[in-house]
Ligand binder design. Structure first.
Ligand SMILES: [Zn+2]
Length: 228
């Protein structure tokens, strides 16, 4: 009997070859995407298209690209040394020993529903009508509303927000004296460097966090809006 079992086991193993390596990052991101889609569907929505989720390391670290409807997340081990160095400084400022843990928590987790928020703006036909400031602020509100539903899988939200905004809030404020931050962000969006952009993302997350406006996830993603 033992021999038969062993034979069956080895047959099963050989039938499963070749086994693709399990990509923990890809499956973690897919799980967030599936949870986001489930939350969206519970709003009574049937989106006309779904987002793609890809692990593809790029300078923006995490993004949503409307032209191919794709959220792209970056892998820490593939970051250039200067970006890993930036993460080390960030982790130290956040009181964390491990910069990879911080990166995974922020850029492979916390901000995934932010990018899916841009997809929600896109699929509801509202993306083109929002200015950059509104679009980013609302994407943060969507991320926060999503994590309030899924806080147990994402970890305690206040600490994660703190780790994100604490460091970015200490970057130099790029808004010239007397200028309106929203107008400056909208007018200079394409030419902001990563430190300046980081300061705005921190400020816009802080604004979404401290002034939540009591809107629900479903009100934020507006699935009933007309798709063009
Ligand atoms: Zn964004």
């Amino acid at each position: 009997m033992a021999i038969v079992t062993a034979g069956f086991m080895s047959l099963t193993m050989s039938m499963m070859q070749p086994v693709a390596p399990i990509d923990a990052l890809a499956s973690d991101v897919q799980l967030i995407g599936a949870n986001f889609a489930a939350a969206y569907n519970r709003c009574g929505a049937r989106p006309s298209f779904l987002p793609n989720l890809k692990v593809e390391t790029h300078p923006a670290l995490i993004s949503y690209e409307p032209s191919d409807r794709t959220v792209r997340v970056s892998r820490y081990s593939e970051l250039p040394p200067e970006l890993q160095g930036l993460m080390t400084g960030w982790a130290e400022a956040a009181g964390m020993e491990d910069s990879q843990t911080l990166f995974v928590d922020v850029f492979n987790s916390l901000l995934v529903p932010h990018e899916l928020g841009h997809w929600a703006q896109h699929v509801s036909g509202r993306l083109a009508g929002l200015d950059r400031w509104e679009s980013e602020l609302e994407a943060n509100r969507i991320a926060i509303a999503f994590w309030r539903i899924h806080e147990t899988t994402g970890g305690a939200l206040p600490a994660r927000i703190d780790a994100f905004t604490g460091f970015l809030g200490r970057l130099p404020n790029p808004v010239p004296d007397g200028q309106d931050p929203r107008a400056f962000f909208n007018d200079n969006y394409e030419t902001l460097d990563s430190m300046q952009y980081g300061w705005f993302q921190g400020a816009l997350m802080q604004e979404a966090w401290t002034n939540p406006e009591n809107v629900s996830f479903c009100e934020l993603v507006q699935p009933e809006a007309v798709v063009p």
